[in-house]
Design a protein around this ligand. Sequence first.
Ligand SMILES: [Zn+2]
Length: 533
Amino acid sequence: MFWADELAARLSGPQIVNDSKTPSGTVHVGSLRGPVILDVMVRALRAQGLPTTLLYGIDDLDPMDAQSLLTPDAVERSMGLPLAHVRDPAGDCHPSYARHFAALFIDTFAGLGIHPDRYYWMSEIYPTGQLDAFIRTALDRAEVVRDIYRAVSHVERPAGWLPVHPICPVCGRVGTTLARDWDGETVAFECLPDLVNWATGCSTTGRLSPFGGAAKLPWNLEWAAQWSLFGVTVEPCGKDLATAGGSRDRSDAIAREVFEREPPLNFPYEFLNIGGRKMSSSKGRGAAAHEIAEVVPPEQLRLLMVRSRPNHAIEFDPDGTDAIPRLFDESDRIAAASAGREVRGELPSDHTRVFAASLVDPGADLVAEGSAYRAPFAHLALLLQVPGADLPARVEAEKGGPLTELEATSLELRAAAARAWLDTYAPERARIEVQRQALPGAAAQLSAEQRRALAAIAVASDHAAWDGESLQTLIFEAAKANGLGAAQVFAALYVAFLGQPNGPRAGWLLASLEKSFVVERLRAASAPDTLPA
Ligand SMILES: [Zn+2]
């Protein structure tokens, strides 16, 4: 059974699914695993008839604590401020640092088919007073909170510590303040120069009312307060937060013992590790969430994340490997099998559900999507390197008929992805250059048997259907008829057309070129006068 269906079967009644994120900087593509898992879960709940709402929060009142993206003059001014109050380091494209980096991340959602019903920003929630009751409860039960930190995580808070971070009314920092002495209406606070080593407070002391946006809850309490405020029933979290005695355990205990509510269903998910650090520096294309989409279209990116159960780590290293072409091939196999076609190779047992979960549109017609002709990725990567090749015409020849609108759209996406792959991650062996001007000198090394096979292919291809599959078959037959292994004939073809002993699938290589050129080149390469002296 598909993992999301299994989880959904355990629940009943209306569901509120939630996730939130601190917009502290550029987000690695691995961070998209959470939102994709959430979306798949929401679809599974709705498929079982449960009314379901998806919420996505931005924890933008969290303090600025990493200076890597700030200009030197902004560091002193900005460290320790709420992220919502730090200026956009990229200029004035967004009202704040938080808005800038949150936008980079959530702007990728729609393209991936993730549509939260509501976004919320903690910097907007606090001033409305909706968290005041939770702040009051947390302050009234400060001893219980301290006991939870001690019992769950072995963290000792100093005597008199209060679970609230005032926003300094003088310097505006939230990361540098300490509160004590709750009198039921106000707390005493200090803005300390040395509370943390990443920000310097302004030494102001005084009393303030912690309500209405004047203070924020520490993260673990804020998380539990979100669950109560929004009625959250499902919230998976990353495994970094789900360790024993870790952040999730603390928030679960706070939900139960301080805010007196059962925490939402959790199913921790593992990391998605994407290789390619080399690429990010040498060719300027990293694995940031908003950049990977250029090379891996949404359907394949979703497939990568949904085909494994959430608790399985995913290692994906596209750099200098065939990982991306293989992901496309797997996607094509699952699509074909979902449309009821026989396929070679392994399939997930619940492949139809995996296929549905990989599609951007939850209402897509699975049979129409699965039966659509999908040009093999490796073939597109090859065609793109043949000067003057008419991509749609070649793909129509492979399909054996005109492309539907769906197929034409998918071809555009794939061709763009294949081009981006060739520009970035593709291994050297995937890059070819057809030697159009003259027969490569290396052809002089071909054996008499290889020449005979090439001559046979020249004769047969004159009448052959001009598509990869037919030409591949013809090559195998020519090898057999001349007492050669297929590998030797492939090598002869690569030498004749590329001037190198290896290359992409030979049938498709020939099909990407015009028949007249292929026949002429085969004749030249097979001619005895090019034999070594
Ligand atoms: Zn201050």
